[in-house]
Write a protein that binds this ligand. Sequence first.
Ligand SMILES: Nc1ncnc2c1ncn2[C@@H]1O[C@H](COP(=O)(O)OP(=O)(O)O)[C@@H](O)[C@H]1O
Ligand SMILES: Cc1ncc(C[n+]2csc(CCOP(=O)(O)OP(=O)(O)O)c2C)c(N)n1
Ligand SMILES: [Mg+2]
Ligand SMILES: [Mg+2]
Ligand SMILES: [Mg+2]
Length: 281
Amino acid sequence: MDDRELVKMIGGIIGTDTVEDDCAKIPFGDDYIILSTDMLHETTDFPTGMTDWQIGWMSAAVTISDIASDGAVPLGLLLAAGLDRPERLKGIMQGAKACCDEYGASLIGGDVDAHSELTIVTTGIGRVEKENYTGRKGALPGDLVCIVGDPGYAQAALDGDARYRDYLLIPKPFVYEGRELSKAGVSSMMDVSDGLALSLYDLADLNGVGFEIDSGKLPKTLPQDYVLYGGGDFGLLFTCEESILRSLEVGATVIGRVISDAGVFVDGKTVERRGYVHKWD
Ligand SMILES: Nc1ncnc2c1ncn2[C@@H]1O[C@H](COP(=O)(O)OP(=O)(O)O)[C@@H](O)[C@H]1O
Ligand SMILES: Cc1ncc(C[n+]2csc(CCOP(=O)(O)OP(=O)(O)O)c2C)c(N)n1
Ligand SMILES: [Mg+2]
Ligand SMILES: [Mg+2]
Ligand SMILES: [Mg+2]
Protein backbone atom coordinates (compact mmCIF):
# COMPACT_ATOMS: atom_id res chain seq x y z
CA MET A 1 0.00 0.00 0.00
CA ASP A 2 1.32 3.49 -0.84
CA ASP A 3 0.09 7.08 -0.50
CA ARG A 4 -1.26 7.19 -4.08
CA GLU A 5 -3.68 4.33 -3.39
CA LEU A 6 -4.89 6.15 -0.28
CA VAL A 7 -5.36 9.40 -2.19
CA LYS A 8 -7.58 7.47 -4.66
CA MET A 9 -9.69 6.22 -1.76
CA ILE A 10 -9.94 9.76 -0.36
CA GLY A 11 -11.10 10.94 -3.80
CA GLY A 12 -13.93 8.40 -3.62
CA ILE A 13 -15.16 10.05 -0.42
CA ILE A 14 -14.53 13.77 -0.96
CA GLY A 15 -14.63 13.91 -4.77
CA THR A 16 -12.16 12.89 -7.46
CA ASP A 17 -11.48 16.46 -8.60
CA THR A 18 -10.69 17.45 -5.02
CA VAL A 19 -7.51 15.34 -5.01
CA GLU A 20 -6.43 16.10 -8.57
CA ASP A 21 -4.14 19.02 -7.88
CA ASP A 22 -1.16 20.07 -5.78
CA CYS A 23 -3.47 22.51 -3.97
CA ALA A 24 -7.09 23.09 -3.08
CA LYS A 25 -8.76 26.19 -4.53
CA ILE A 26 -11.65 28.26 -3.26
CA PRO A 27 -13.32 30.81 -5.58
CA PHE A 28 -13.16 34.30 -4.07
CA GLY A 29 -14.46 37.02 -6.41
CA ASP A 30 -12.13 37.23 -9.40
CA ASP A 31 -9.49 35.18 -7.57
CA TYR A 32 -8.90 31.73 -6.20
CA ILE A 33 -7.68 31.28 -2.65
CA ILE A 34 -5.10 28.48 -2.88
CA LEU A 35 -4.40 26.09 0.01
CA SER A 36 -1.90 23.29 0.54
CA THR A 37 -0.57 21.30 3.48
CA ASP A 38 2.41 18.93 3.87
CA MET A 39 3.62 16.71 6.69
CA LEU A 40 7.32 15.95 7.08
CA HIS A 41 8.98 13.50 9.49
CA GLU A 42 12.55 13.29 10.65
CA THR A 43 13.26 9.71 9.49
CA THR A 44 11.67 9.98 6.05
CA ASP A 45 12.20 13.62 5.09
CA PHE A 46 15.07 15.19 6.99
CA PRO A 47 18.43 13.71 5.97
CA THR A 48 20.91 12.95 8.74
CA GLY A 49 23.02 15.98 9.55
CA MET A 50 20.45 18.53 8.45
CA THR A 51 20.36 21.54 10.78
CA ASP A 52 17.17 22.69 12.50
CA TRP A 53 17.31 25.88 10.40
CA GLN A 54 17.41 23.80 7.21
CA ILE A 55 14.54 21.64 8.51
CA GLY A 56 12.47 24.80 8.97
CA TRP A 57 13.41 26.12 5.53
CA MET A 58 12.57 22.83 3.80
CA SER A 59 9.24 22.53 5.60
CA ALA A 60 8.18 25.96 4.35
CA ALA A 61 9.63 25.39 0.87
CA VAL A 62 7.68 22.19 0.10
CA THR A 63 4.35 23.90 0.69
CA ILE A 64 5.32 27.14 -1.04
CA SER A 65 6.32 24.98 -4.02
CA ASP A 66 2.81 23.49 -4.28
CA ILE A 67 1.35 27.01 -4.24
CA ALA A 68 3.84 28.10 -6.93
CA SER A 69 2.80 25.19 -9.15
CA ASP A 70 -0.70 26.66 -9.47
CA GLY A 71 0.71 30.02 -10.54
CA ALA A 72 -0.34 31.55 -7.22
CA VAL A 73 1.36 34.09 -4.96
CA PRO A 74 2.10 32.65 -1.50
CA LEU A 75 0.54 34.86 1.18
CA GLY A 76 0.80 33.09 4.50
CA LEU A 77 2.08 29.96 6.19
CA LEU A 78 1.18 28.13 9.41
CA LEU A 79 3.72 25.74 10.93
CA ALA A 80 2.79 23.02 13.41
CA ALA A 81 5.70 21.27 15.12
CA GLY A 82 5.62 18.00 17.05
CA LEU A 83 8.92 18.28 18.89
CA ASP A 84 11.13 15.51 20.25
CA ARG A 85 13.20 18.23 21.97
CA PRO A 86 11.84 21.76 22.61
CA GLU A 87 15.21 23.44 22.01
CA ARG A 88 14.97 22.56 18.30
CA LEU A 89 12.06 24.92 17.69
CA LYS A 90 14.02 28.18 17.56
CA GLY A 91 16.21 27.09 14.62
CA ILE A 92 13.21 25.55 12.86
CA MET A 93 11.19 28.76 13.14
CA GLN A 94 14.14 30.89 12.01
CA GLY A 95 14.63 28.69 8.92
CA ALA A 96 10.93 28.69 8.06
CA LYS A 97 10.80 32.48 8.51
CA ALA A 98 13.80 32.95 6.20
CA CYS A 99 12.11 30.88 3.49
CA CYS A 100 8.80 32.72 3.87
CA ASP A 101 10.59 36.09 3.74
CA GLU A 102 12.44 35.04 0.58
CA TYR A 103 9.19 34.23 -1.24
CA GLY A 104 6.95 36.98 0.11
CA ALA A 105 4.83 34.85 2.46
CA SER A 106 4.12 35.71 6.11
CA LEU A 107 4.69 33.10 8.79
CA ILE A 108 1.57 33.80 10.81
CA GLY A 109 0.77 30.92 13.12
CA GLY A 110 0.88 27.25 13.86
CA ASP A 111 0.92 24.85 16.78
CA VAL A 112 3.46 23.22 19.08
CA ASP A 113 3.39 19.97 21.01
CA ALA A 114 5.60 17.10 22.16
CA HIS A 115 6.10 14.09 19.90
CA SER A 116 8.46 11.10 19.80
CA GLU A 117 9.59 11.82 16.21
CA LEU A 118 10.13 15.37 15.00
CA THR A 119 7.12 16.03 12.74
CA ILE A 120 6.35 19.29 10.97
CA VAL A 121 3.17 20.24 9.17
CA THR A 122 3.12 23.38 7.06
CA THR A 123 -0.10 24.82 5.69
CA GLY A 124 0.12 27.54 3.08
CA ILE A 125 -2.36 29.98 1.67
CA GLY A 126 -1.97 31.79 -1.64
CA ARG A 127 -3.92 33.80 -4.15
CA VAL A 128 -4.19 33.81 -7.92
CA GLU A 129 -6.45 35.63 -10.36
CA LYS A 130 -8.85 33.07 -11.87
CA GLU A 131 -7.59 33.93 -15.36
CA ASN A 132 -3.99 33.22 -14.35
CA TYR A 133 -4.59 29.94 -12.52
CA THR A 134 -2.96 26.76 -13.87
CA GLY A 135 -3.81 23.33 -12.50
CA ARG A 136 -2.65 19.87 -13.42
CA LYS A 137 -5.41 19.49 -16.01
CA GLY A 138 -5.18 20.94 -19.50
CA ALA A 139 -2.33 19.19 -21.35
CA LEU A 140 -3.23 18.51 -25.00
CA PRO A 141 -1.58 16.28 -27.61
CA GLY A 142 0.97 18.34 -29.54
CA ASP A 143 1.89 20.53 -26.54
CA LEU A 144 5.52 20.71 -25.50
CA VAL A 145 6.59 19.07 -22.22
CA CYS A 146 8.98 21.29 -20.26
CA ILE A 147 10.71 21.59 -16.91
CA VAL A 148 12.06 24.40 -14.77
CA GLY A 149 14.82 23.34 -12.37
CA ASP A 150 17.30 20.48 -12.24
CA PRO A 151 15.71 17.12 -11.38
CA GLY A 152 17.96 14.56 -9.73
CA TYR A 153 20.41 16.72 -7.81
CA ALA A 154 18.63 16.35 -4.47
CA GLN A 155 18.68 12.57 -4.77
CA ALA A 156 22.35 12.63 -5.82
CA ALA A 157 23.09 14.67 -2.68
CA LEU A 158 21.08 12.24 -0.55
CA ASP A 159 23.26 9.47 -1.95
CA GLY A 160 26.36 11.35 -0.82
CA ASP A 161 27.36 13.76 -3.59
CA ALA A 162 28.42 16.80 -1.58
CA ARG A 163 28.44 19.09 -4.66
CA TYR A 164 24.64 19.15 -4.67
CA ARG A 165 24.00 19.45 -0.92
CA ASP A 166 22.09 22.72 -1.17
CA TYR A 167 19.59 21.27 -3.67
CA LEU A 168 18.64 18.72 -0.99
CA LEU A 169 18.97 20.78 2.18
CA ILE A 170 17.76 24.22 1.09
CA PRO A 171 15.33 23.55 -1.78
CA LYS A 172 14.21 26.66 -3.69
CA PRO A 173 10.57 26.72 -4.79
CA PHE A 174 10.05 28.32 -8.23
CA VAL A 175 7.55 30.96 -7.18
CA TYR A 176 8.44 33.65 -9.71
CA GLU A 177 8.70 31.11 -12.53
CA GLY A 178 5.39 29.41 -11.66
CA ARG A 179 3.64 32.75 -11.75
CA GLU A 180 5.19 33.83 -15.05
CA LEU A 181 4.43 30.47 -16.70
CA SER A 182 0.88 30.57 -15.48
CA LYS A 183 0.35 34.15 -16.70
CA ALA A 184 1.80 33.17 -20.08
CA GLY A 185 -0.92 30.51 -20.39
CA VAL A 186 0.81 27.14 -20.04
CA SER A 187 -1.73 24.33 -20.28
CA SER A 188 -0.91 22.28 -17.15
CA MET A 189 1.64 22.41 -14.33
CA MET A 190 2.75 20.60 -11.17
CA ASP A 191 5.88 20.35 -9.05
CA VAL A 192 8.07 17.25 -9.29
CA SER A 193 8.49 16.59 -5.55
CA ASP A 194 8.13 12.82 -5.98
CA GLY A 195 10.52 12.63 -8.95
CA LEU A 196 10.24 13.48 -12.65
CA ALA A 197 9.07 10.04 -13.90
CA LEU A 198 6.30 9.68 -11.34
CA SER A 199 5.21 13.28 -11.90
CA LEU A 200 5.09 12.67 -15.67
CA TYR A 201 2.84 9.66 -15.05
CA ASP A 202 0.62 11.63 -12.65
CA LEU A 203 0.20 14.43 -15.19
CA ALA A 204 -0.24 12.14 -18.21
CA ASP A 205 -2.82 9.88 -16.51
CA LEU A 206 -4.85 12.80 -15.23
CA ASN A 207 -5.01 14.37 -18.69
CA GLY A 208 -5.72 11.13 -20.57
CA VAL A 209 -2.59 11.67 -22.69
CA GLY A 210 0.98 10.37 -22.87
CA PHE A 211 4.44 11.93 -23.03
CA GLU A 212 7.28 11.24 -25.43
CA ILE A 213 10.51 12.43 -23.82
CA ASP A 214 13.74 12.94 -25.76
CA SER A 215 16.72 11.69 -23.74
CA GLY A 216 18.97 14.16 -25.57
CA LYS A 217 17.05 17.02 -23.95
CA LEU A 218 17.31 15.75 -20.37
CA PRO A 219 20.08 17.25 -18.21
CA LYS A 220 23.38 15.46 -18.87
CA THR A 221 25.41 16.25 -15.74
CA LEU A 222 23.79 13.35 -13.84
CA PRO A 223 23.08 9.71 -14.71
CA GLN A 224 19.60 9.45 -16.26
CA ASP A 225 18.41 7.32 -13.35
CA TYR A 226 18.76 10.30 -11.02
CA VAL A 227 17.10 12.70 -13.45
CA LEU A 228 14.07 10.45 -13.91
CA TYR A 229 13.61 8.79 -10.55
CA GLY A 230 15.24 11.05 -7.95
CA GLY A 231 12.85 12.74 -5.47
CA GLY A 232 13.09 15.79 -3.25
CA ASP A 233 13.47 18.31 -6.08
CA PHE A 234 10.94 21.06 -6.36
CA GLY A 235 11.20 21.99 -10.02
CA LEU A 236 8.11 22.60 -12.12
CA LEU A 237 6.84 20.29 -14.85
CA PHE A 238 4.54 21.96 -17.36
CA THR A 239 3.01 21.62 -20.81
CA CYS A 240 2.35 24.42 -23.28
CA GLU A 241 1.73 25.30 -26.89
CA GLU A 242 4.91 25.99 -28.83
CA SER A 243 4.03 29.66 -29.39
CA ILE A 244 3.86 30.28 -25.64
CA LEU A 245 7.38 29.03 -25.08
CA ARG A 246 8.79 31.56 -27.52
CA SER A 247 7.40 34.47 -25.52
CA LEU A 248 8.60 33.18 -22.14
CA GLU A 249 11.17 35.05 -20.08
CA VAL A 250 11.67 32.09 -17.74
CA GLY A 251 14.51 29.61 -18.13
CA ALA A 252 12.73 26.37 -19.08
CA THR A 253 13.95 23.22 -20.83
CA VAL A 254 11.81 21.48 -23.43
CA ILE A 255 12.12 17.73 -22.78
CA GLY A 256 9.45 16.29 -25.04
CA ARG A 257 5.95 16.38 -26.43
CA VAL A 258 2.42 15.42 -25.37
CA ILE A 259 1.05 12.49 -27.40
CA SER A 260 -2.46 11.07 -27.58
CA ASP A 261 -1.42 7.51 -26.64
CA ALA A 262 -1.24 6.76 -22.92
CA GLY A 263 2.16 6.15 -21.30
CA VAL A 264 5.47 7.87 -20.63
CA PHE A 265 8.30 7.08 -23.04
CA VAL A 266 11.94 8.09 -23.34
CA ASP A 267 13.15 7.65 -26.93
CA GLY A 268 10.16 5.38 -27.53
CA LYS A 269 10.80 3.10 -24.54
CA THR A 270 8.37 2.93 -21.61
CA VAL A 271 9.65 4.68 -18.48
CA GLU A 272 9.32 2.84 -15.16
CA ARG A 273 6.54 4.13 -12.92
CA ARG A 274 8.90 4.68 -10.03
CA GLY A 275 9.79 7.53 -7.67
CA TYR A 276 9.37 8.72 -4.12
CA VAL A 277 6.28 7.24 -2.43
CA HIS A 278 5.22 6.86 1.18
CA LYS A 279 4.70 3.14 1.81
CA TRP A 280 3.14 0.75 4.29
CA ASP A 281 4.16 -2.93 4.34
N1 LIG B 1 -5.79 13.29 4.09
C1 LIG B 1 -6.19 13.93 2.98
N2 LIG B 1 -7.41 14.48 2.90
C2 LIG B 1 -7.82 15.13 1.80
N3 LIG B 1 -7.07 15.29 0.70
C3 LIG B 1 -5.84 14.77 0.70
C4 LIG B 1 -5.32 14.06 1.84
N4 LIG B 1 -4.06 13.66 1.54
C5 LIG B 1 -3.80 14.10 0.30
N5 LIG B 1 -4.86 14.77 -0.22
C6 LIG B 1 -4.94 15.39 -1.53
O1 LIG B 1 -4.40 14.51 -2.50
C7 LIG B 1 -3.69 15.21 -3.51
C8 LIG B 1 -2.30 14.66 -3.64
O2 LIG B 1 -1.58 14.91 -2.45
P1 LIG B 1 -0.01 15.03 -2.40
O3 LIG B 1 0.61 13.77 -2.89
O4 LIG B 1 0.39 15.50 -1.06
O5 LIG B 1 0.22 16.17 -3.46
P2 LIG B 1 1.56 16.90 -3.69
O6 LIG B 1 2.52 15.82 -4.04
O7 LIG B 1 1.37 17.89 -4.75
O8 LIG B 1 1.85 17.58 -2.41
C9 LIG B 1 -3.75 16.68 -3.12
O9 LIG B 1 -4.78 17.29 -3.83
C10 LIG B 1 -4.09 16.63 -1.64
O10 LIG B 1 -4.80 17.77 -1.21
C1 LIG C 1 15.53 10.92 4.17
C2 LIG C 1 15.09 11.70 2.98
N1 LIG C 1 14.67 11.08 1.88
C3 LIG C 1 14.26 11.79 0.82
C4 LIG C 1 14.31 13.16 0.84
C5 LIG C 1 13.94 13.99 -0.32
N2 LIG C 1 12.56 14.42 -0.20
C6 LIG C 1 12.13 15.46 0.55
S1 LIG C 1 10.50 15.75 0.37
C7 LIG C 1 10.36 14.47 -0.73
C8 LIG C 1 9.11 14.07 -1.44
C9 LIG C 1 8.00 14.92 -1.25
O1 LIG C 1 7.45 14.68 -0.01
P1 LIG C 1 5.91 14.59 0.16
O2 LIG C 1 5.60 14.50 1.60
O3 LIG C 1 5.34 13.54 -0.76
O4 LIG C 1 5.53 16.03 -0.35
P2 LIG C 1 4.43 16.36 -1.39
O5 LIG C 1 4.77 15.64 -2.65
O6 LIG C 1 3.17 15.83 -0.74
O7 LIG C 1 4.43 17.83 -1.53
C10 LIG C 1 11.58 13.86 -0.91
C11 LIG C 1 11.82 12.69 -1.82
C12 LIG C 1 14.74 13.77 1.99
N3 LIG C 1 14.77 15.11 2.09
N4 LIG C 1 15.13 13.04 3.05
MG1 LIG D 1 3.02 19.10 -5.47
MG1 LIG E 1 2.45 18.77 -1.07
MG1 LIG F 1 3.03 13.63 -1.87
